[in-house]
Structures are given as structure tokens and as C-alpha cells.
Design a protein. Structure first.
Length: 170
């Protein structure tokens, strides 16, 4: 099934999808609602990714400080608070993303590939959660070099997600 209305590149009216028909919203109002949902999704993604990029840097600094015998309590607290924030933002991004998917009736192999990569990003997030728990418990044993490489791994997931979402190549 192909996307309808604006999702198909049609600059005209957004046709009623199953969700719009279910809640009985006029086409013009539904279009405005979807723009707000898309804005919330983008804000959630930006906030989540800010945490995804910054959290490993906190882990690296904490690990290097611990190896030098410095106090890392502040970095432990910062890491835990950032992880909580980015988990909340991930939930918003995924929730609003699912809403957009249902509202626009998107289909295609690009979407399947993007969803697989998003699941991979959620897995990356889960590993971050594990590393922060280890850091707070004083049991993080990964080397700073490993954590630097881990930090770059997120970009391997995020760049194709962005390309698939914007270009929709297949």
C-alpha cells in the first residue's frame, strides 16, 4: 500500500487514513494535528540523540578519572540523570513516530529497514543503560578506547536512519 495525501508527496489535501476516520476529525484539522505530532517527534528524536552522543563521553571521562584515582561522583550522577532524560525522550520519539506511521499509512522497504535500525538504536540505548549502572556501582571495566569506539557506533545507526527517513530510497 502506498502512502496517501502528503505522505505520497501530494501537496494537496491529506486524505483520511484509518486513524482519522476512526476519531472522525475533519481533514484540515487532521493535517494540523499531524504537523504538531511531527514536531513533537522531531523534538523527541533531537533530544534523544543529544543524549546518545553525549552519554558515552561522560562514561569516557568517568573511566579516565577513575583510572587516575579522581572522584567521579559528579560524573556518575550526571550520567544517571542524562540516561533518565534520554530514556524519556526515546519514549516520546518512538511513541510519536508510531503515531505518524499509523496516521500516514507509510509502507515500503525503506520503512522496514529504518525500523530495524531504530530497534538497533534502542539496543544501543540499552547497552548505555547497562554501562551507566556499572559506572554507578563502581564496576565499569571497559577501557576508554572501547568507550570511544562505542561512542562512534551510534553514528553508524543514526546516519542510515536519517537517510532512509528523508530520501526513502526503496
Amino acid at each position: 500500500m502506498q502512502p496517501r495525501g502528503r505522505a505520497a508527496g501530494n501537496p494537496g489535501r491529506l486524505e483520511h487514513t484509518a486513524v482519522a476516520r476512526l476519531i472522525r476529525v475533519p481533514v484540515e484539522a487532521w493535517s494540523r494535528i499531524l504537523l504538531w505530532i511531527k514536531t513533537a517527534h522531531i523534538l523527541g528524536v533531537i533530544s534523544w540523540l543529544a543524549g546518545v552522543f553525549y552519554l558515552p563521553r561522560l562514561l569516557i571521562n568517568a573511566r579516565e578519572g577513575a583510572m587516575r584515582g579522581e572522584s567521579i561522583e559528579r560524573l556518575q550522577g550526571m550520567s544517571l540523570r542524562l540516561l533518565r532524560f534520554m530514556t524519556l525522550m526515546a519514549a516520546f520519539a518512538i511513541g510519536f513516530g508510531l503515531w505518524l506511521w499509523l496516521a500516514y499509512d507509510y509502507t515500503g522497504y525503506w520503512l522496514h529497514a529504518k525500523l530495524v535500525l531504530v530497534v538497533g538504536l534502542v539496543g544501543y540505548h540499552a547497552v548505555c543503560w547497562r554501562f551507566v549502572r556499572q559506572l554507578v556501582a563502581g564496576r565499569l571495566v571497559r577501557s576508554p578506547l572501547f568507550l570511544r569506539i562505542f561512542n562512534e557506533l551510534s553514528l553508524v545507526l543514526i546516519a542510515p536512519i536519517l537517510i532512509l527517513a528523508v530520501v526513502k530510497p526503496f
